[in-house]
Structure formats: structure tokens, C-alpha cells
Design a protein around this ligand. Structure first.
Ligand code: NDP
Ligand code: OXD
Length: 318
């Protein structure tokens, strides 16, 4: 007897679920997609596709086989205290990686080429040349040398920046000065002019961007002080410590795409800080049109027993 293709529960909150639904229906008309368990046919739901799913919703599905995150990060999956012990698969896709690479290059270049100063000069109709540095005099230190960090490193290296990277496990990447673990962190920070954070949020990384860490960044940099770019997760940063570091000169400037509370509350001092660039968790959007075919391929692979990319290590939390 032909096996019924697994039904899908689409539990995407916050990000327009209708766009995901449309793409699933267009790309896999043979798979029924529901947006809520309805009790009646829940036993036939084999896959959940999630972004910040409602807590407990997945534990109600007796025959669920795998959970697919529509983002690269999976902290939003693990917030569910009743999460079934099943494979969690995250997004690893050229489309998302390319978007993050663009964001990191954009922000590194904006700080490096003094974009904020030119914008202020233009607003005041000031025609004044600024001194130009050489990219080769700047080290971009990337915390999180995974799929996104390694890609961004390659793009920045192609422009001429020196690159350092920090990861949990040891790495040997051509063109990157690699550091790892707690033992390698201080040496990594000591060479870093621009810190790009592309870490996942886990028990080990929560609050890692704090006063102690920021104080260890290279002090005298060609940019007038170290710069922080966080496009990982808001939970990585202690926001009061970042503000303090900006105000006491430990940090020269910051670009923050992610925050502890999103949307960033209207009264947050980050909005109006003269040396902070805020973007609304937009560094790399998950585009349903680009990503749904890939998620479906992963489901097919699971069903065929073929390798699946982006399988999360539940113990490590990413
Ligand atoms: P990966 O899992 O491929 O890479 C994670 C990297 O972080 C790895 O190098 C890993 O080390 C390192 N790491 C994890 N824990 C630690 C630790 N305790 N100490 C040191 N290094 C650690 O993830 P991606 O590159 O695909 O994505 C990274 C993050 O980017 C996502 O988790 C998500 O939070 C964020 N993101 C943000 C987006 C946005 O729009 N702002 C969009 C997409 C993703 P190792 O290599 O040794 O395993
Ligand atoms: C992701 C994100 O994790 O967009 O993909 O934050």
C-alpha cells in the first residue's frame, strides 16, 4: 500500500504565516498543510514547520516525526517546555546565507568608511574629506564561525579585511585566524577591531556580550575604538552593559539587529543613541519562496532515509 505523504502542521507566528502556507500549497499539493491541530486527524501530522510555536502545541501530535525551523536559529523552538524529543532541523540555505553576508558586509563597511559621519556632514551641508583607512589594517573578529560566520568571513576577506574567528570547537579555515572555546576567547578579542556576532543563543552563550567581554576588545583601533555588530540573537547581549560601554568609550559604535525584547520598545535608548544603528531583526530574512522547496526536500530525504542538512544537536542547543 502506498504510504500517505506526511501531513504538515505550520506553526509560524510573527512572520506572515499566509506566505508560508501559500508556498507549501504551491510546492507540495500532495501534502496537506494545516495551521492548527484540529484533534480529528492530528495522528496523521508527521512534520511541524515552526517559528516561535505556541508552547505545548507539538506535544499534542502523537505521530510527529520531525520539527523544521524556518529560521537558521532554533532558540525559538527550544523555548517550548513540552518540546517532544524529536529531530529538529534548521535552515541552512544559500538564500539566507547570502542575505546575512550582505548585511555583515554592509555594516562593516559603513563603520569602516565612516558612514555615520558622512550622513551627519550631509545633514549639516558640510563638504569635508575624512581620512581613509586601509581594510588590511582592520581585523574583523567573527564570533560564531558556522555557516553564516564562515560565509561572511570569506566576503570580508575578499575586500581585504583581516579576519579572526571564534567557535566552540577547534577549526582550521584558510585566511582566518581561528580561536576556540573559553581558552581562546581573550586572545580573539584582543585582536578584534570590529566584532561581528553570529552566535546561536544557547545556555552557554546567553549574555556573553557583557561588560567583561567588551572590555577585552582591542583598545586602540584605527576606528577610534572597537565596534560591535550583533546579528545573532538579542539574548546574547546585556543591553545595559552595551549602553554603558558606548557611553564610557569602551565601544566606539554598535549595530544591533536583534534585541532581548522584539519589537524594540519605543522607549529604548538604543533608538536615539548617536552611535547605534538599529535594524529590526532584518539581517537575513527567511524568504518562503526560496526556503519552502528546501524544507520539502529535507522532508523527502527523511522519508527516503537520505541525509538531512541542518540537523540540530539538541544537547549543544544549535
Ligand atoms: P551555525 O550553527 O552554523 O554556527 C554557529 C557557530 O557558533 C558555530 O561556529 C559554533 O561553533 C559557534 N558556537 C556555538 N556555541 C558556541 C559557544 N558556546 N562558544 C563558541 N562558539 C560557539 O549557525 P549559523 O551560522 O547558521 O547561524 C548563527 C546564528 O545566526 C543563528 O543561530 C541565529 O541566531 C542567527 N541568525 C540571525 C538572523 C537575523 O536575521 N538576525 C538570521 C539567521 C540567523 P562550532 O563551529 O564549533 O560548532
Ligand atoms: C533566523 C532568524 O534564525 O531570522 O533565521 O533570526
Amino acid at each position: 500500500m502506498k504510504r500517505r505523504r506526511g501531513r504538515i502542521l505550520l506553526a509560524v507566528t510573527g512572520w506572515r504565516p499566509d506566505n508560508w502556507l501559500r508556498e507549501f500549497r504551491a510546492n507540495a499539493p500532495e501534502r496537506e498543510v494545516v495551521t492548527e491541530p484540529d484533534g480529528e486527524d492530528d495522528a496523521s501530522i508527521r512534520y511541524a514547520v515552526v517559528w516561535k510555536q505556541q508552547s505545548g502545541i507539538l506535544s499534542r501530535l502523537p505521530n510527529l516525526e520531525a520539527i523544521f525551523s524556518v529560521g537558521a536559529g532554533v532558540d525559538h523552538v527550544f523555548h517550548d517546555r513540552a518540546l517532544p524529543n524529536l529531530p529538529v532541523v534548521r535552515i541552512v540555505a544559500d538564500d539566507l546565507t547570502m542575505r546575512m553576508g550582505e548585511y555583515v558586509v554592509w555594516q562593516v563597511l559603513d563603520h569602516f568608511r565612516q558612514g555615520a559621519t558622512y550622513r551627519a556632514q550631509q545633514a549639516a551641508r558640510i563638504w569635508k574629506s575624512l581620512p581613509q583607512m586601509a581594510a588590511g589594517d582592520i581585523t574583523v573578529g567573527i564570533m560564531g564561525l558556522g555557516v553564516l560566520g564562515t560565509d561572511a568571513a570569506g566576503k570580508l576577506a575578499a575586500i581585504g579585511f583581516r579576519i579572526a574567528g571564534w567557535s566552540r570547537t577547534s577549526k582550521d579555515e584558510p585566511g582566518i585566524a581561528c580561536y576556540h572555546g573559553e581558552a581562546g576567547l581573550d586572545d580573539f578579542l584582543a585582536v578584534t577591531d570590529i566584532l561581528v556576532v553570529l552566535l546561536p543563543l544557547t545556555g552557554a552563550t546567553k549574555g556573553i556580550l557583557n561588560t567583561g567581554l567588551l572590555a577585552k576588545l582591542k583598545k586602540s583601533t584605527p576606528l577610534g575604538g572597537p565596534v560591535l555588530i550583533n546579528a545573532g540573537r538579542g539574548g546574547l547581549q546585556v543591553e545595559a552593559d552595551i549602553l554603558k560601554a558606548l557611553d564610557n568609550g569602551t565601544l566606539m559604535a554598535a549595530t544591533l539587529d536583534v534585541f532581548g525584547t522584539e519589537p524594540l520598545p519605543r522607549d529604548s535608548p538604543f533608538w536615539s543613541h548617536p552611535r547605534v544603528t538599529v535594524t529590526p531583526h532584518d539581517a537575513a530574512a527567511s524568504d518562503p519562496h526560496a526556503l519552502v522547496p528546501q524544507v520539502l526536500r529535507q522532508m523527502d530525504n527523511l522519508e527516503k532515509g537520505a541525509p538531512v542538512t541542518g540537523l540540530v544537536d539538541r544537547k549543544a542547543g544549535y
